[in-house]
Each structure stands twice: as C-alpha cells, then as structure tokens.
Design a protein around this ligand. Structure first.
Ligand SMILES: [Zn+2]
Ligand SMILES: [Zn+2]
Length: 235
C-alpha cells in the first residue's frame, strides 16, 4: 500500500488542504483545493474511484464539487461513478456542496455512490480493508480511517481532540497520521503537548503529525515527524 500526500494542511496556511492519495485510486479527504493538488500528479481525474471523507469541514470536503465538476466538464458522456464514503449525512452534505457549483447544468448526485458509515464500519476495496473509527472533533462528527493490507495498517485521524478512542485507534496502526494542529490540545484538535505524550507512550509506533498550523509545522521537534506535501509513505 502506498500513500502519497497531496495536501496536509488546514485552511489557514499557504499549503494545500487535506488530501491523501492511496495507491492510485483512493483519495482520503478532499479539501477545498484538492483538485489543484491532484492535477500536479498528472494522472487522469477518473483514476480516483473511492473518496473517504473524515468530516464535513471545508478543508476535508469542499474539493469534491470542483473535482467531480471538472470530470464531467471534460467528459460529457462518461461512465464514471465513484463512491463517496463518509459519516451519516454525507449525501445530504454533498448535495448542498454540489449545489454551490454553478459550473454544471446537471445534478450529479446521481453520478456518485454514497456510503454512510458508522463507528466500526468496514469495507474492502482492492485488497485493502478500510475501517472507520469515531473520534471527537467537538460538534462535528469525525471518523478516522485505518487502512490495512498484508498485515500492515496505516491510520489517519481526520480532525480529533484527545479522546479515549484515539488510544485504541493508534494501537491498531503501524503508522498513524494525526492532526497535530496547534501548540496546545483544545476541544477540537490535538496539540504538540498531546503529540509528545503519545510519542512517549507508543515508542514502537510511527506517529506522524499532519494538519499543522505554521508555527507547529516549523517546530524543530517535528522536522522528522511531520507529514509534508509530496511525501510518499509505503507500508
Ligand atoms: Zn481540518
Ligand atoms: Zn475539521
């Protein structure tokens, strides 16, 4: 399994927002500028068959309409029906987001499959087992995903604060990408304080910091532990 980081930031930095490509056909999160990040790969948009959405914030979801609109602008008649997986309400949320796009004249909610997940839901896709785990992003539901293949697992939290379920999540992963957004943990995000604690608690796990504010991103502590655009993680 190969994960390529296309974007790993929140909305408040100059870097691109959350978008992680797994193998050549899955996008985990599709932040507001994910389309621009994706086209740097030179790959056809239609290669992406599965979108895994962690939660309904712009830096994780609002690239979907641009991505899919562009597919259908480029290819008027096309047999392309990707699947979008996300928390309960993903279809209704996408319909609202898609409606904000004035670039197309048709309703493309019929051109995608939606799968609503619950805590513990899993699905198989091209030999990868994908399991959703409910974490805690304050008033917004967030699911972290663990992708497993050949006995190895990589996890991505989406946005969460420090919550009991996070420990179980990390323990299921060989590599875990966590949103170390701020210096200090708050009700919605993990901070560097939590990251230091987790590094000590799990010395045999590869823990990586993603979704960082600029001050966190540039910390010397994180230089070999941060997720960067263009990084490839193989497991
Ligand atoms: Zn975010
Ligand atoms: Zn968020």
């Amino acid at each position: 399994m190969k994960l390529k980081v296309l974007g790993c930031s929140n909305s408040w930095t100059t870097r691109w927002t959350s978008c992680y490509m797994v193998n050549d056909d899955i996008l985990m999160d599709c932040g507001c500028d994910a389309y621009k990040a994706y086209i740097q790969t030179g790959k056809p948009l239609t290669d992406i068959k599965l979108f895994l959405i962690t939660h309904f914030h712009a830096d994780h979801l609002y690239g979907l309409n641009v991505f899919l609109t562009t597919v259908h602008r480029l290819h008027k008649q096309i047999d392309y029906k990707p699947t979008i997986v996300g928390p309960k309400g993903i279809q209704a949320m996408c319909e609202r987001v898609f409606a904000t796009s004035n670039l197309i004249e048709f309703d493309f909610t019929g051109l995608v499959n939606f799968v609503e997940i619950e805590d513990g839901s899993s699905l198989e896709y091209n030999g990868i087992k994908i399991t959703a785990h409910k974490l805690d992003h304050g008033d917004v539901i967030d699911f972290g995903y663990i992708l497993s293949q050949n006995g190895k697992s990589i996890g991505y939290t989406g946005d969460t604060t420090l919550v009991n379920a996070l420990y179980g999540f990390i323990e299921k992963c060989d590599i875990c990408m966590m949103n170390i957004s701020r210096m200090l943990t708050n009700l919605k995000h993990l901070g560097v304080d939590a990251f230091k604690m987790l590094l000590e608690k799990y010395p045999n796990k590869k823990l990586l910091a993603t979704h960082c504010d600029e001050d966190v991103y540039n910390l010397p502590l994180l230089q070999d532990k941060r997720v960067e655009e263009g990084m490839i993680i193989e497991i």
